[in-house]
Design a binder for this molecule. Sequence first.
Ligand code: SF4
Ligand code: SF4
Length: 298
Amino acid sequence: MKALIGNINRYALHDGPGIRSTVFLKGCTLHCPWCHNPELISPEPEVAFYPERCITCGDCQAICPQEAIHLESEHRIDRNHCNGCGLCVKSCPSGALILVGREYELEELVEILLRDRLFYERSGGGVTLSGGEPTQQLLFISALLERLHHEGIHTIIETNGLFSYEQFASACLNQLDLIFFDLKLSDSDQHRQVIGYDNRVILANLSRLLESRAEDVIVRIPVIPGYTASPENIDQIGQFLRQQKVLRYSLLPYHPYGLVKAEAIGVTPDQTLPRQAMDQSELLPWQGFFYDMELMST
Ligand code: SF4
Ligand code: SF4
């Protein structure tokens, strides 16, 4: 059994309690303009190109069997012809090309994750599944979570909430210790216009999760200038969470890291998004909308 994985981040300190390994799975159903990991949206391997590292030796162009690389072209890689074979990445002497997405066998991944068992145990950490949207590779994460659960490893999933509840519940729920559930826009039409889907399934899934596992669900709200960061949106999310008796939430400050990564995979980033990261202190005004819930720093 295999999964396509973009990255494994060992010794992560911001993806849940303690020291963790975060597994970033490829493939996502949503298309948030502010996505931190746009290179993980596609369910296929992709080549990221970082021009500042390129010494224009031409090795990549010479080796590409698809003739998809053109040194003189502004975007360098013709994405319509690239099949993600990775030959150019291996040939590049300067690290200007990076292949995003590699298949891992289940036992290979488990072995990597268990290398840091001591760190998890000493720090109260574990393994976090992120992405992309991990539930896009549901059978694999079900098997992975079962193995980790069997080994006594604390597990978290970060999800956008767009999944079949029945399939998710039967595949994963009993093996998860915490669920980080993202809520972005309360208005369904706006959700569809901005992100690609309306939010009805997401809200229904959150409600059902809370019915059985309220204490293990942390709702995360990204605060994005020009999109989610409006008093109307945050207030409506607060009201919804209150109706649903949500206990814990987290506000995620905007970060422009995804803009550079979008450019690297040939996607023009949203030009309205700021190039500067949001300071933690800028979250304070938004926290008032959730005065009766427990703020989690995740
Ligand atoms: S990944 Fe393969 S097909 Fe794509 S640009 Fe590189 S060598 Fe060419
Ligand atoms: S092989 Fe690497 S350094 Fe050489 S031209 Fe291609 S991207 Fe640039």
